[in-house]
Design a protein around this ligand. Structure first.
Ligand code: ADE
Length: 430
């Protein structure tokens, strides 16, 4: 593999590749790192590589001519090549991309600087734009050195032991299992016995399980993309059973006070489908209680009968999983009563969150609320409105108003059970 690095700071690369694995890989001819100074491709007396942006604005833009000339002069025609630009606007770098890139014979890496490069360079020459994370570095040189390190590890022979890059974190889409070395006891802590057993099959099994457990607790988002067998999925199920979520979330379906189409305050009737579907979503996502809030006694009695049918009556033997979902459903006559009940259970009043399909000022986004909820420090009650949405008074007295759910179209008229399922997924999973 030949790396052609195009930079305005060639001296940056004096040290990153002069030690360890990458130094050895160069000595053994497995990789070759060629650093080119973009200034050598300028034609003016001042060796200018940047200029002011057309249209005004702060910062400088990398000029197209020196960059274009540098690419043309350094890119080897005969090699299977890819021209890359390091930029925070690029595709997020990952182990998977590193592996793909290791299949090329040559990577031309343009280290972006200033406010970016002239757009025509991207259009004419760049095959792939890569970001190493959602933060801005003072130059693409840092990104280039990280990319070169990660890519080189996948080049056969670079790590000496061919299998090793595939044992590391992410190789199967999982985080790596815990590692130990001598001594057997350190500050009272023992190395797991299985690792001393010499039973390689058992050790392999243990490691796989530890990888799964670690990935589940730290990066559950990775599990979706991981390469897992049926027995691994069974183990994940077990792990989930043994480690119920620590967040303390309750939800309520509010039938009063809500708006009708003409924005008058009304009371809506129970909808059987909502009770079942939101109950099933709530149970799936680890919600501690699903409260049905209705001020009309006859309606509460009616839904109580429906619940009885599924929890204790004939429905229970017909569909045992429904028993589990509907057992977390509770019927209350008002929001105040609901909040009080949660306060008693949790020892502290819950933070209330309202969901609404309309945009307004001061709304909380999903990542922020999710982070707070998942700390598990306080209980939360998420309110879902029926009809045309929850009344303004309730919205104003809530601790948080959650941003409306948005899809890739301008249509925004979800059913409450559809919205509830999406919101639970965004807030409580991966
Ligand atoms: N240049 C500046 N910030 C960067 C980032 N996050 N990734 C790649 N190149 C960059």
């Amino acid at each position: 593999m030949i790396y052609n690095i195009l930079t305005i700071f060639p001296q940056f690369f004096d040290s990153p590749f002069s030690t360890g694995v990458l130094k050895k890989a160069q000595e053994r001819g497995l990789i070759e790192i060629r650093v080119h100074d973009i200034r050598q491709f300028t034609s003016d007396k001042h060796r200018t590589v940047d200029d002011k942006p057309y249209g005004g604005g702060s910062g400088m833009v990398m000029k197209p001519e020196p960059l274009g000339d540098a690419i043309k002069a350094t890119k080897l025609k005969e090699a299977k090549s890819l021209v890359m630009l390091t930029t925070p606007q690029g595709e997020r770098f990952s182990d998977k991309i590193a592996k793909e890139l290791s299949g090329f014979e040559q990577l031309v890496i343009i280290c972006g600087r200033y406010e970016g490069v002239d757009e025509r360079i991207r259009e004419l020459y760049v095959d792939k734009e890569i970001s190493i994370g959602d933060y801005v570095l003072s130059g693409g040189e840092y990104a280039a050195s990280i990319i070169i390190d990660a890519v080189s590890r996948f080049i056969p022979g670079v790590l000496g032991n061919e299998a090793s890059p595939y044992d590391d974190s992410f190789s199967e889409g999982l985080l790596e299992y815990p590692q130990y070395t001598r001594p057997e006891i350190y500050e009272g802590k023992y190395v797991p016995e299985i690792l001393l057993s010499g039973n390689h099959k058992e050790i392999e099994n243990w490691r796989k399980k530890e990888s799964i457990k670690r990935t589940y607790s730290r990066r559950p988002d990775l599990l979706d993309r991981a390469n897992l067998k049926v027995e691994d999925l069974e183990f994940i199920k077990e792990t989930k059973k043994m480690n119920p979520p620590s967040f303390r979330v309750y939800i309520a379906l509010v039938h009063y006070p809500v708006y009708n189409k003409d924005l008058k305050i009304i009371t809506t009737a129970f909808t059987n489908l909502d009770v079942h579907d939101i109950g099933r979503a709530a149970r799936t996502y680890g919600v501690r209680g699903f409260f049905l809030v209705h001020p009309v006694e006859e309606q509460r009695e009616l839904v109580q009968r429906v619940l009885w049918h599924w929890i204790e009556g004939p429905g229970a033997s017909y569909n045992p999983t429904r028993v589990e979902a509907l057992s977390i459903v509770h019927i209350k006559s008002s929001l105040e009563e609901t909040i009080e009940e949660i306060g008693q259970r949790e020892g502290v009043k819950p933070k209330t969150v309202v969901t609404d399909a309309r945009f307004r000022g001061n709304m909380v986004g999903y990542p922020e609320l999710r982070k707070n909820i998942r700390k598990g420090e306080e209980p939360y009650l998420i309110l879902f409105g029926t009809g045309w949405g929850i009344a303004e008074d309730v919205i104003e007295s809530a601790d948080y108003v959650l941003k409306p759910i948005e899809g890739p179209t301008d249509y925004n008229h979800l059913s409450v059970r559809g919205a509830a399922a999406i919101i639970l997924d965004r807030l409580l999973w991966s």
